[in-house]
Unconditional design. Structure first.
Length: 429
């Protein structure tokens, strides 16, 4: 690569702004570490007049980022728009086809189009780097691609969404409701102010799990529908009861190979209070790898925000500037295979089930009878009456049962008018 490297940044939101500032402040540091001089040659955003901490040089500003490729001699392009399709996909595709290295934190784009885009990068012998797409500042992807490259990884799991982790931790600490804690998270910038749905429903964590699976198991990105549940139905009473049972509730992303079949899922879990993962709190992320011969390896750090994300973006840049041209997913796309999916119905766990019911005789026996018919046995049962409102909470911890039986049971109870809302189900981990 030439000594002077021209850089384009497409997207000047929170992360794009922070990255622009980092690049300006650390030019000398980058030159010392790589021998390359960087030059910010092009910027693109929807609105040039938006209030920012820096003035934009109009000579390098493009409202349409596709014009950058035609008019500027760019070596490295940062895509920080954040869409799974649209302009994000267009600009990355065009840059790679024009032999421009691309760096992005966009997990939605990589989870959906990573195979296609990585093939373009490989054909054109340029890098597609996306370290910042999973777990922010934690160098988990580089660890898998390089640090433990000769290990056979068989399982990866962890806390992959800082917003959900903050909400669950803060509900426990403040004894406040989900709704109030979500508002607090939005004020602090941990959750999207408009629509935080993609964080809360598990979509964000599942996109990251798909990327981790692909790297860990040398496979193409799975397009199969996965078990995906978020934290929207978790109430403070669930946090409280879990605490009494010596558990905490965590939203976990999990991927492993079961009988050589891929099993990816994201859902809330009850985890033992004395486990490592139970004590990762606030906006922190943690990823745990199981491999041979390394055993268990843990990486923890801040998983979101402009600082940690920019740190990962800069790491990718330095890798490119040092001349490390490599396959985006660690090995050639030709050698990455698709893997059959594990049958979700066979997934077995002990379950935490909370039923909100009318407090009257016979309701408990109706529930336990349905469980028995579906071959689900009870390990523990707790009743919390609300005499004032003539209601009660029934909490059941089951012995291990598979998803097929659990789904059948909960479906059969839907017609029971004494059950006042959809039961809360949390799997034990």
């Amino acid at each position: 690569m030439k000594q002077k490297v021209n850089i384009a940044i497409v997207g000047l939101g929170q992360i794009g702004n922070y990255l622009f500032n980092e690049l300006r402040l650390k030019k000398k540091d980058i030159e010392i570490k790589t021998g390359k001089k960087i030059n910010i040659a092009a910027l693109s955003a929807k609105n040039i007049n938006k209030k920012r901490k820096f003035k934009i040089n109009k000579a390098i500003f493009f409202k349409n980022p596709l014009e950058i490729i035609k008019k500027k001699n760019i070596d490295v392009l940062f895509e920080v728009i954040g869409q799974s399709d649209g302009m994000s996909k267009k600009i990355v595709e065009l840059a790679l086809k024009n032999k421009i290295h691309v760096i992005t934190p966009n997990k939605a784009l990589i989870a959906k189009h990573g195979d296609y885009l990585s093939n373009i990068a490989e054909r054109n012998k340029v890098n597609l780097e996306f370290e910042a797409s999973v777990a922010g500042g934690i160098p988990i992807l580089r660890t898998i691609k390089e640090g433990v490259a000769t290990n056979k990884i068989n399982k990866v799991y962890g806390i992959l969404n800082g917003t959900c982790n903050y909400i669950l931790s803060e509900m426990e600490n403040s004894k406040d409701s989900f709704k109030n804690v979500l508002k607090k998270a939005q004020k602090l910038g941990y959750a999207e102010p408009g629509n935080p749905k993609l964080d809360l429903n598990g979509y964000d964590a599942l996109a990251k799990i798909k990327i981790l699976s692909s790297l860990s198991f040398n496979k193409s990105i799975s397009k199969k529908k996965c078990l995906m549940e978020g934290i929207e139905n978790i109430e403070f009473k669930d946090i409280e009861i879990a605490n009494q049972l010596n558990f905490r509730i965590k939203l976990l992303g999990i991927t492993d190979l079961v009988n050589n079949k891929l099993f990816e899922r994201v859902h809330p879990c009850l985890v033992k209070k004395d486990s490592y993962i139970a004590n990762v709190s606030g906006v922190m992320n943690a990823v745990i790898l199981h491999g041979n011969p390394i055993g268990e390896s843990v990486l923890q750090g801040e998983g979101a925000g402009p600082g940690p994300t920019s740190s990962a973006l800069m790491s990718d840049l330095l890798s490119i500037l040092r001349g490390n041209i490599k396959f985006p997913f660690g090995i050639s796309g030709k050698k990455r295979k698709s893997i059959l999916s594990y049958d979700l119905r066979k997934y077995s766990n002990s379950l935490y089930l909370r039923f909100e019911v009318n407090d009257k005789p016979g309701v408990l026996s109706q529930i336990t009878r349905s469980l028995a018919i579906c071959n689900i046995s009870i390990e523990r049962l707790i009743q919390i009456p609300d005499h004032k409102n003539k209601k009660a909470s029934i909490i059941i911890i089951t012995h291990r049962t598979n998803e097929l039986n659990a789904n059948k049971c909960l479906k059969s109870l839907k017609i029971n008018r004494n059950i006042l809302k959809i039961p809360t189900r949390i799997r034990l981990f």
